[in-house]
Design a protein around this ligand. Structure first.
Ligand SMILES: *Cc1c(COP(=O)(O)O)cnc(C)c1O
Length: 394
């Protein structure tokens, strides 16, 4: 990690890749199959088992997995999909890829998770699906969202890119919605460089996703080659969203370490909680008792009434000290593309908009130590002391 001042630069997130992982990749590079070979099926089977899902489909990004989900569910022009604004743009973009309209439902203060009451209010005959996001790694209220989806006869999709390894009421993320979607970008829980996965207990949806990731061609090249057949049929328009065999080898190796990675994230979060319990100007996101939080992000909100510095000033001061804070996210409905194309804008999701002004993501990744957390808490505490509003001082 790059040194800045007297502190090594702490990014907000980074991968943990070891010699075992590297060996597995090299093995595949020396084999006959670089892509769409045995490692893809092995990764899918291992992943499905690890989250308790019936089917898993590997693709080359989380965004591709989201697109496959929208295609598999038949989302198309004229349809609407309810999404939260407090997410990465890809969550809403996948709806637009299919010619449909994302409808932004606001989040709940405290957790910044999709507010079920707001979702219910957005549903109309055009609504084709609800797409929720386990923001920061905390699973949504799946019983309530699932009931809303069922009562309207529409599917629930989980953007679980933050919550791999997490759980809700004792059930693992990956089985909580009709389709769940994961990303293996280096900042996520496990990595394949770029990569993603879709899980479902509906085999017909998995088959549609599989065809879509391979140009809309049914079956796969390896089987055809084993059968010595040249014949194939393209039955729909798809994309090349395939994940390579050497990336799947990395994924299998990484997956074997997932439990430890998540545990370490939870330990670090515990240290942050304890540190910030002594700093009333800093409020970590609320964690509901029924979840196992996977802590992709550790997000805090600044109490702007008690501080003379705004979030941007605190952000810049921490960055200048080598602490790689970040902001997740600019609410998607405020991006120029969405404003221009869909007429969205300020005032549509007030909770997300006001929260956005106050939040900071602090470094959290498995290779960090509790000492690193202490350093971050101390630096944040020093800034709070420096900028505490005079009227708030005793
Ligand atoms: C990372 C992420 C994605 C996209 O994943 P990529 O693999 O980068 O395409 C989508 N949604 C959320 C919430 C994410 O965090």
């Amino acid at each position: 990690m790059k040194a800045v001042g007297d502190l090594p630069f702490l990014p907000y997130g980074r991968q943990t890749v070891d010699e075992d992982d590297i060996r597995e990749v090299i093995e595949v590079l020396k084999s006959d199959w670089l892509t769409t070979g045995p490692k893809v099926e092995e990764f899918e089977a291992t992943f499905a088992e690890s989250v308790g899902a019936e089917c898993a489909v590997a693709v080359n990004s989380g965004t591709a997995a989201l697109h496959c989900a929208m295609y598999a569910l038949g989302v198309g022009p004229g349809d609407e999909v309810v999404v939260p604004p407090m997410t990465f743009a890809a969550t809403a973009n996948c709806v637009v890829f299919q010619g449909a309209t994302p409808v932004f439902a606001d989040v709940t203060p405290g957790t910044l998770l999709l507010d079920p009451a707001r979702v219910d209010a957005c549903i109309n005959p055009r609504t084709k699906a609800i797409l929720c996001v386990d923001y920061a790694g905390q699973p949504c209220d799946y019983d309530v969202l699932g009931e809303i989806a069922r009562s309207h006869g529409i599917p629930l999709v989980a953007d679980a890119c933050h919550s791999l390894g997490g759980g809700y009421k004792g059930r693992p993320v990956g089985t909580l919605a009709d389709i769940s979607v994961f990303s293996f970008h280096p900042v996520k829980h496990i990595t394949t460089g770029e990569g993603g996965m879709l899980t479902t207990n509906h085999p017909s949806l998995a088959t549609r996703a599989r065809n879509f990731r391979n140009h809309g061609i049914s079956g796969d090249a390896r089987r055809r080659s084993e059968n010595g057949s040249w014949y194939y049929e393209m039955t729909d328009l798809g994309f090349n969203y395939r994940l390579t065999d050497f990336q799947c080898a990395l994924g299998i190796s990484q997956l074997s370490k997932l439990r430890g990675f998540v545990l370490q994230r939870q330990v670090l979060a515990g240290h942050y909680h304890r540190g910030f319990s002594l700093i009333p100007e800093i409020t970590p996101l609320l964690v509901r008792p029924e979840v196992s939080h996977a802590y992709h992000l550790y997000v805090v909100a600044l109490d702007q009434d008690r501080l003379s510095a705004d979030r941007n000033k605190i952000f810049a001061a921490l960055r200048a000290q080598g602490i790689g804070v970040n902001v997740h996210y600019i609410p998607v409905h405020l991006h120029p593309y969405y404003r221009q194309r869909f007429g969205t804008g300020p005032g549509m999701c007030p909770v997300a908009e006001t929260s956005y002004e106050r939040i900071l993501s602090l470094p959290i990744f498995p290779a960090m130590s509790p000492g690193d957390v202490e350093t971050v808490v101390d630096r944040v505490g020093d800034l709070v002391d420096r900028y505490r509003h005079p009227s708030a001082q005793q």
